[in-house]
Design a protein. Sequence first.
Length: 336
Amino acid sequence: MNILLTGGTGYIGSHTAVVLAEAGHRVVLYDNLCNSDVGVVQRLGQIMGSPPALVQGDMRDGALLAQTLRVHAVGAVIHFAGLKAVGESLVQPLAYYDNNVVGTLRLLQAMQETGVRTLVFSSSATVYGEPRYLPIDEAHPTGATNPYGRSKLHIEQMLADLAASDGGWKIACLRYFNPVGAHESGLIGEDPRGVPNNLMPYVAQVAIGRRQRLSVFGDDYPTPDGTGVRDYIHVMDLALGHLAALDYLGALSGWHAFNLGTGQGHSVLEMVRAFEAVSGRPVPYQVVSRRPGDVASCYASADKAHQLLGWQARRSLTEMCLSSWRWQQNCENTPS
Ligand code: NAD
Ligand code: UFG
């Protein structure tokens, strides 16, 4: 099948492109490159044998989206494109609603116009807000705590309304927990612009010497070592979850939500130690005050994805750190 990946040159989209190509699909990437580099396409070509098609365009350009869906005879869309920095969303909420919500609306209109009605959407564990119980299953109440999270929630609701209005739509919302790691080749991975917001890229940059030390945001949480606990999932396992969701939608219509996580929580200090062990480099840190909006612990129940999609995360914490370290070393040698 021909599959359009919006945000396809980004971190998760590029890894999913590899998995889909390996499964025999033809991928077309659609991206405005606001948070990724065009060099990803050539590096994907090294992994996949030939570079995928890239359409450089914005999600809010409905005409270009419709044209792309037609020209490439697209059968399904995986929608990764979006802005994703929680802090930035508090400062620029309208940019987040415009890019994420309006961008998705334009995509849905273009899909409706061209008769493409299979969609996998990149949602987030952030739609659960403050965890009321752990592990978080899909029945957990939703309620986001910042504009980024609310943009995801609005989109999920829009997708549910659309599926309810017309039984031809097949929609899966995949609620990612904390994606980390990189493709085993070390050719693609996550290389955030500026200061990383997320733990793993920060740790990797400290290990390589690009940054002096990690700030650990609080060690007084009610967790085993006092630092925050999250469900880190290898990006290649996450990518495989998209393939499983597409297969599932082949047989079923309607709107479906799935958690993609490992079901295991790891603390910040556990992550630091695991990274030090695989890299052989020290990761100096200092404990600072809590980051506003952070919760103590957040991890998934991934039972629904296991039961209905036949999908399970398999890669270990060591593999997450090793692949991330390999990518960080390559990144340092060949900056994009
Ligand atoms: P990313 O920034 O690496 O990739 C997103 C891509 O979308 C980028 O290449 C960017 O250039 C593109 N893009 C953004 N706005 C666009 C627009 N208006 N038009 C066209 N292209 C546009 O992010 P990622 O980590 O790969 O995340 C992919 C998706 O997964 C996002 O929707 C994000 O919210 C979601 N998600 C990510 C995480 C995470 O921790 N990485 C967690 C949960 C959910
Ligand atoms: N942390 C630090 N120092 C850092 C960065 C993070 O101590 O420099 C800690 C955080 O306090 C937290 C843990 O590391 O305890 C993980 O933080 P991340 O920023 O990597 O991830 P979050 O769980 O806070 O957020 C991520 C995505 C959000 C998404 C959320 C839920 O970044 O977009 O998961 O899916 F909403």
